[in-house]
Write a protein that binds this ligand. Structure first.
Ligand code: ADE
Ligand code: ZN
Length: 346
């Protein structure tokens, strides 16, 4: 079914909430809500720098990516035990399931936590155990993508990969996150070569704040299959043509782009223009505890600001499943559920 019937504007928010979708760009540490952060601090006997949840939330005002990353790294300090990682991941998956996310590919990093003295095993076991438990309890499918931190060295990324290898079966892919400017994708070409040899699926943040050249090198040097963010691609028509030709998905995060001042106003966001150009865009939440909402909030606010329609909604949901790293048969089953939802709705 591709012939999407018109949906009245007042019913569109309901359709966006109810439609099945996949989330492909969400950092699990960025889903740690202030309430849970305080609870974990108390459980672990740690002091918080803020007197209460409201004061912490008031600090969530950012000038750019780096100003966010500084606060975000501070927040990760409360995570100390495998159970903490389990609880954080379960909390996210409960919210995602309520937003009709059928499948989530969750970004995590171990370098932040090994930098605080935790073991990579503890982190990965906690996350994985929550993915298994959430599937049993909620029916949601979740897999894990290990992100290297690009402000650290190539050698440290290799160490991170080695530490993850005993858990190869729990991790679907590797990615690249953290401070983008000054850390181009090619810094990690050899680590990505090794990850590819090991059979990991490959993604990278590129073109969030960085130039289109970083998207080109993520594609041509790292050979990634999806680009995380990629909003700066709109400055380069040849790059847009490449993304369309090779059906490279962009995992776009509208509220993140707004809160990190990549765009000044959601009405100026390029999501609609990407779809009109035939780019395989998807909508995601990035760090929902920090940026003002989970995936459905990203859909509803960007649709309202940009005047997008049910046709765009269908395309974005379809793209999310097509760009996911699941087997063809699973993908086909997700797409059937999407079609059933639209048929029932109109
Ligand atoms: N880590 C968490 N959120 C990120 C973002 N938006 N960009 C880069 N690294 C991140
Ligand atoms: Zn991100």
């Amino acid at each position: 079914m591709h012939d999407i019937k018109p949906v009245a504007a007042e019913r569109l928010p309901d359709l966006l909430r109810k439609m099945p979708k996949a989330e492909l760009h969400m950092h699990i540490e960025g889903s740690l809500e202030p309430e849970l952060m305080f609870a974990l601090a108390q459980r672990n006997g740690l002091a918080m720098d803020y007197p209460d949840v409201a004061a912490l939330r008031r600090a969530y005002v950012f000038d750019d990516l780096q100003s966010f990353l500084d606060i975000y790294h501070q927040g990760t300090l409360v995570l100390r035990t495998e159970q903490d990682f389990f609880d954080m991941t379960m909390a996210y998956l409960e919210r995602a399931a309520a937003d009709q996310v059928l499948h989530a590919e969750i970004f995590f990093d171990t370098q932040t936590h090994t930098g605080h003295g935790l073991s990579a095993d503890l982190v990965i076991n906690g996350l994985h155990r929550a993915c298994v438990a959430a599937h049993a309890k909620l029916g949601i499918d979740a897999s894990l993508i290990l992100c290297f931190l690009r402000h650290l060295t190539e050698r440290e990324a290799f160490e991170c990969l080695e530490q993850a290898l005993p858990h190869r079966d729990k991790i679907v892919g590797v990615g690249l996150a953290s401070s983008e400017m000054g850390h181009p994708p090619e810094k990690f070409s050899r680590v990505f070569d090794r990850a590819r040899e090991l059979g990991f699926r490959l993604v990278a943040h590129a073109g969030e704040e960085g130039p289109p050249a970083y998207i080109w090198s993520a594609l041509d040097v790292l050979k990634v299959e999806r680009i995380d963010h990629g909003v700066q691609a709109m400055r380069d028509p040849a790059l847009i043509a490449r993304l369309v030709k090779d059906r490279i998905a962009l995992t776009v995060c509208p509220l993140s782009n707004l809160k990190l001042r990549v765009v000044q106003d959601l009405a100026q966001h390029s999501l609609g223009r990407m779809l009109e150009a035939g780019v395989m865009a998807t909508v995601n939440s990035d760090d929902p505890a920090y940026f003002g909402g989970y995936i459905n909030e990203n859909f509803s606010q960007s649709f309202a600001a940009l005047g997008l329609t049910a046709v765009h909604a269908y395309q974005l949901a379809r793209n999310s499943f097509e760009a996911s790293f699941v087997d063809a048969s699973v993908k086909a089953a997700y797409l059937d559920r999407l079609d059933e939802c639209f048929e029932a709705f109109v």
